[in-house]
Design a binder for this molecule. Structure first.
Ligand SMILES: Nc1ncnc2c1ncn2[C@@H]1O[C@H](COP(=O)(O)OP(=O)(O)OP(=O)(O)O)[C@@H](O)[C@H]1O
Ligand SMILES: [Mg+2]
Length: 311
């Protein structure tokens, strides 16, 4: 049966003893999306992906991926999904081509089919000339491209990528995302977790997770529009004492380092800035410039993760 949803969960939960790794999660992603999952360490991103790929059973709740129930038909879910795990899972002592052959074999892809597909995937990721290189001798970015090729070899409908670019240099990250971007046109829905907000920005929709729950799920634009108040971007020195001081100010809702500036969210810049400026100067902090900044996803992330005290 065809469904517009690439995935759909209802009350999905996974408990490890006392730890509610995933807690009553209700989510959906439509086919053709690049669906992002972000959240702090331990938010439950990996556990959610594992259940959706049918490599881990839920404690309770249900999930359908590509129209198939993960509990009732795990083998079929595995056939229709690809999974790039958070740890590098290729064999270091096998070549690029041998690793792909192994993945094709595991998924039962006939040789005539996978040869052509592997060739095509390697060409698309500019990896063809490295076919004979041992996986252990690949750069970080190339390792991830190999992992991606292996995860796509059986032409899955939904591809799960768990922090695929963590630790990869910025140029390779961009190249990796250029490949991801082409997948929806080939009928692949992408579900990706990332700690990088510039990557989150590229997703069609994003789920913010914390402590096993969805705090919000919307497009990047919708999420940014929800930031209440105004964002001040401050060029101050020294930075950290300034941050610590602003944290104590009741008019400042949140404050975080953004490169070599501080972002502080206040109710109204016109009303709140003069007092903040003099408090900083009074503490011997140099205030060079203060600009109004458009909210970024990083502001949203901090807003959501700091919204309520941790339990
Ligand atoms: N096999 C396990 N046994 C016990 N606890 C686990 C197990 N796997 C995960 N957890 C716990 O479940 C919670 C969620 O973990 P999970 O790995 O899903 O988070 P994450 O969002 O992927 O984090 P990270 O950003 O660090 O990868 C954490 O508290 C973790 O310690
Ligand atoms: Mg994880």
């Amino acid at each position: 049966m065809d469904t517009p949803f690439a995935l759909h969960t209802t009350g999905l939960s996974k408990h490890f003893g006392e730890v509610k790794a995933v807690d009553d999660l209700t989510l959906e992603a439509r086919r053709g999306e690049i669906f992002g999952m972000v959240g702090p360490d331990g938010a439950g991103k990996t556990t959610t992906m594992r259940m959706l790929c049918a490599v881990m059973l839920p404690t309770s709740g249900s999930a359908e991926v590509a129209g198939v129930d993960v509990v009732a038909e795990p083998a079929e879910v595995k056939r229709r999904t690809g999974y790039l795990s958070q740890q590098f899972s290729q064999y270091p002592d096998l070549t690029v081509w041998e690793n792909i052959a192994l993945a094709a074999d595991l998924y039962g892809v006939p040789r005539a089919q996978w040869h052509e597909r592997a060739d095509e995937l390697l060409r698309a990721s500019r990896m063809r000339e490295f076919r004979a290189r041992l996986a252990q001798n690949l750069s970080g970015g190339m390792k991830q491209k190999l992992a991606l090729t292996c995860a796509l070899i059986h032409s899955p409908e939904v591809l799960f990528l768990d922090e695929p670019t963590t630790g990869v240099d910025p140029v390779s990250r961009r190249e990796f995302w250029a490949i991801l971007y082409r997948l929806p046109a080939e009928g692949v829905t992408v579900v990706v977790s990332t700690p990088y907000m510039d990557e989150a920005e590229r997703c069609t929709r994003l789920a913010f997770l914390r402590e096993g729950r969805v705090l919000d799920c919307a497009t990047p634009q919708e999420l940014k529009a929800k930031v209440q108040g105004e964002v001040l971007s401050l060029d101050v020195a020294p930075l950290r004492p300034a941050r610590d001081l602003l944290r104590q100010e009741p008019t400042v809702r949140q404050v975080a380092l953004f490169g070599d500036r501080l972002h502080a969210v206040v109710g109204s810049a016109a009303r709140d800035l003069p007092a903040l400026r003099s408090a900083l100067q009074h503490a011997g902090i140099e205030v060079r410039t203060v600009d109004l900044a458009a909210p970024t996803l990083e502001d949203v992330f901090i807003d959501l993760t700091q919204a309520e005290p941790r339990l």
